[in-house]
Design a binder for this molecule. Structure first.
Ligand code: AMP
Ligand code: MG
Length: 391
């Protein structure tokens, strides 16, 4: 059995790469830019006012100005100012070349068309200069940038309509288990409501993976083989929940073998999630996630998420890791590393109850996982512990 660190190391080296496609900027949220983009325009495209106020042509020590008109945002602003003339102007409006400053209206005194100020004013104020954010032809955004809302806003402001991105991976989730039924049906003895599939689809969506599908499988070798064989052909990544352990009805590993999935690793020295499987065919990566719900989710955060992030053109990064002070006492039994559901405050972190891999109630209210390395036996009050934040 390999350690968490070894498993992550091997996984990182086996990440397949997404293809590149051109998409509308409006469809690019959460994707990663696959090209350097140059700005087609100066931004801002013209000198414009940062204030509602008055644009002036001020010569030294001017005190009084004649207001000769008005320029609102969007208008051409073709007004020529002589010295000691002013024009009423609004935020975002074009500042005429003949103005050398804008003074906010709060400082102004207007009588008829005469404008004076109750304090000293200066030239070159409150004008957002053409190209001061970026010049036409300069690199606006580099390949590898995550297209977050601000990035999309910035590119939209440059008039960019389409971008080359690494395509969003197509991910299929398969839930195995004869005991699983859908909500809305009455539980018969031996049955439980299916939850891992919904949780995995939600997890994928939360991290920006929307090209997903959810399927259910009975504990039947042939049906498992056929469905997974098709799923592997049609998807970039296949996540299977359950059926990967050593029970008589765990058919997922055998189905992977028959399909020709090459094992990247199987079984990790961790709790929860020991029977985690990772493997690939030429074009598709598969994870066999242990069926216990907390194991499934823990394996998603710690293994699947970094894989997906690198696959889509980013870094091999899952949850953000910080160091916090442990509030409590904990002794670990066994030699596996542990991911423990916990609550992090600004500086400290404390454990939650119900750490069982079959339970999700504490996971639902946790905001982080404390990582206890396999070699650590005891954690004392005040010790520094690595923590993975669930935002
Ligand atoms: P398995 O890995 O198939 O042996 O399943 C381990 C445990 O997780 C069993 O108690 C299953 O009933 C439970 N389990 C497996 N899949 C799911 C699922 N999709 N939703 C809820 N519980 C599940
Ligand atoms: Mg099962």
């Amino acid at each position: 059995m390999i350690s968490v660190e070894e498993a992550l190391d091997i996984l990182k080296k086996n990440v397949l790469r997404s293809t590149i496609e051109e998409v509308d900027l409006s469809q690019a949220l959460d994707l990663i830019l696959a090209e350097d983009l140059t700005s087609p325009i100066n931004m801002p495209p013209f000198d414009n006012s940062a204030m509602d106020g008055y644009a002036l042509n001020m010569i030294q020590a001017s005190t009084s100005f004649e207001i000769i008109g008005e320029i609102q945002a969007g208008s051409k602003g073709d007004i020529t100012l002589e010295s000691n003339q002013a024009v009423r102007i609004f935020t975002g409006a074009l500042v005429p070349k003949t103005a050398n400053t804008v003074i906010q209206q709060e400082w102004a005194k207007v009588e008829g068309n005469q404008l004076t100020f109750d304090r000293e004013i200066e030239t070159n104020k409150n004008i957002r200069r053409e190209g001061e954010q970026i010049k036409a032809g300069a690199v606006a955004m580099k390949k590898g940038q995550l297209l977050n809302p601000a990035a999309i806003g910035f590119l939209a402001g440059l008039g960019i309509e389409k971008v080359n991105v690494y395509s969003s991976p197509k991910v299929a989730v398969y839930c195995t288990g004869d005991e699983l039924i859908e909500a809305g049906n009455t539980l018969e003895p031996g049955q439980i409501y299916e939850s891992n599939g919904k949780m995995l689809i939600a997890s994928l969506a939360k991290y920006g993976f929307h090209n997903t599908s959810l399927h259910k499988l009975p504990d039947d070798f042939n049906l498992t083989y056929e469905a997974l064989n098709k799923g592997i052909k049609e998807n970039d990544i296949v996540l299977v929940s359950g059926g990967i352990s050593v029970g008589d009805y765990d058919y997922v590993g055998k189905a992977f073998q028959k399909i020709g999935v090459e094992e990247v690793f199987y079984k990790v020295k961790q709790k929860p999630g020991k029977p985690l499987f990772a493997g690939n065919t030429k074009d598709t990566f598969v994870f066999g996630l242990p069926g216990n719900p907390a194991s499934t989710l823990s394996c998603f955060y710690n293994f699947v998420l970094p894989y997906l992030n690198q696959f889509k053109g980013g870094a091999f990064k899952g949850l953000r890791k910080v160091n916090l002070t442990f509030d409590g006492e904990y002794s670990k039994k066994g030699e596996r590393a542990e991911f423990l559901k916990a609550i992090a405050n600004e500086n400290s972190v404390s454990l939650l109850g119900h750490q069982s891999s079959a339970m999700l109630d504490s996971f639902a209210i946790s905001n982080c996982l404390i990582y206890i390395d396999k070699d650590i036996i005891e954690v004392k009050n005040g010790d520094t512990v690595p923590v993975f934040l669930i935002d």
